[in-house]
Write a protein that binds this ligand. Structure first.
Ligand code: NAD
Ligand code: DAU
Length: 342
């Protein structure tokens, strides 16, 4: 594989993946196609701009002409482009339906028309819905519970349909909660790190006993790279970190790493339809030879260090339109006194 089109490559995981490709594959060219929504940011790709193997094109995956132009000559497309924040999907699901479902269909049609040899759809453990006990296997049923995860599941069904109906060479990875450098500060870990650095409250939804499986972004990129190279068309692969943690525990770790008091922790009104726990069984990928390399606590400390050292990156974001979103999302949110000091 020589030329890879990375759609959504100006976002968090996509930009890390573009960097990973150029670092680990000397003969690889990377083209990024990104609409540059509020979450897309050319600062995420700044260090790659001088690499002659890298090119950026601004465009929408819902626009067939833009997709065809960017995909011409590509050996593979890896699709990260999506609306990704669950809270925003609760405020307005329509942008999610457009990009996360229709956009994926446009990409699949381009793959078929242009004869692209491989399409990897980056999906999520959220398509399984919440799991009370045990861990989700690739063969488990879909049970998404919020608009974001419903659109990601719908996209997967379109991928399967194109594979079965037209023989499109497509496969799917389902990643768990990812964290690390360039993570947009609307998500819990970067929001809490940057709030703590500024002595602002850390808004923990509900009792904070929800469980997520945390995966360092470099491990996620390595897992996707492994599937791109070794996966089989039509297959689905769970990519998890093996680090199940309660939100409350992660919040306390962050406060400790930043060196701020627990009095910054606030239990606030819960997210609607909040999934209680995600858990991935990653045996399939482990048996093929891939494992995550990083210990959660070490990777979290490295992430806190990155946010300390890169205020130029996140202060710009937090002072713009983000401030308006933050006010809408958290301004009038009820503080739950009965769970404070948990
Ligand atoms: P992100 O929100 O940081 O980045 C999304 C990127 O997609 C942005 O650069 C944005 O500009 C771009 N984009 C949005 N709509 C587009 C469109 N119509 N056309 C072209 N570009 C568009 O997201 P992320 O956290 O990096 O997630 C990337 C992918 O990984 C998503 O598909 C997401 O569902 C999946 N995923 C994320 C996680 C996680 O924890 N972050 C875990 C599992 C799977
Ligand atoms: O599981 C994979 C998914 O992880 C990805 O598919 C999504 O794109 C990504 O956004 C992420 O979804 P979550 O909803 O799990 O991530 P978020 O960072 O928004 O929330 C993590 C947990 O923290 C979740 O239980 C909700 C909670 N939370 C979040 C925020 C933003 C809080 O308690 N307070 C907050 O302010």
């Amino acid at each position: 594989m020589h030329r890879i089109l990375v759609t959504g490559g100006a976002g968090f995981i996509g930009s890390n993946f573009a960097r990973y490709q150029l670092k680990h594959h000397a003969d690889r060219e990377v083209v990024v196609l990104d609409k540059l929504t509020y979450a897309g940011n050319l600062d995420n790709l700044r260090d790659l701009e001088s690499d002659r193997r890298f090119a950026f094109q601004q465009g929408d995956i819902c626009d067939p002409a833009a997709v065809r132009a960017a995909a011409a000559g590509a050996d593979a497309i890896v699709n990260f482009a999506a609306e990704t924040h669950v809270d925003r999907s609760l405020l307005d699901p329509s942008a999610f339906v457009m990009t996360d479902v229709h956009g994926v269909n446009v990409l699949l049609e381009a793959v078929r028309e242009l004869g692209v040899a491989r399409f990897v759809q980056i999906s999520t453990d959220e398509v399984y819905g919440q799991v009370a006990a045990g861990s989700s296997k690739e063969t488990d049923r879909y049970a998404p519970r919020n608009p974001y995860s419903a659109t990601k599941a719908a996209a997967e069904l379109m991928v399967h349909a194109h594979h079965e109906s037209y023989g499109v060479p497509a496969l799917i990875t389902r990643g768990s909660n990812t964290f690390g450098p360039f993570h947009y500060p609307e998500k819990m870990i970067p929001l809490f790190i940057t709030n703590a650095l500024d002595d602002e409250p850390l808004p923990v939804y509900g009792d904070g006993k929800q469980v997520r499986d945390w995966l360092f972004v470099e491990d996620h990129c390595a897992g996707i790279d492994f599937v791109l190279e070794h996966g089989l068309d039509g297959e689905v692969y769970n990519v998890g970190g093996g680090n199940e943690r309660e939100n409350l525990g992660v919040t306390r770790l962050i406060l400790g790493l930043v060196g701020k008091p627990e009095s910054l922790l606030r239990h606030v009104e819960d997210r609607a339809g909040h999934d209680r726990r995600y858990s991935l069984d990653c045996g399939k990928l482990h048996r093929l030879g891939w494992q995550p390399a990083r210990r959660f606590e070490d990777a979290l400390a490295e992430t806190v260090q990155w946010y300390r050292a890169n205020e130029w990156w996140w202060r710009k974001i937090k002072s713009g339109a983000f401030a308006e979103y933050y006010q809408r999302q958290y301004g009038d949110r009820k503080v739950l006194e009965d769970t404070a000091g948990d």
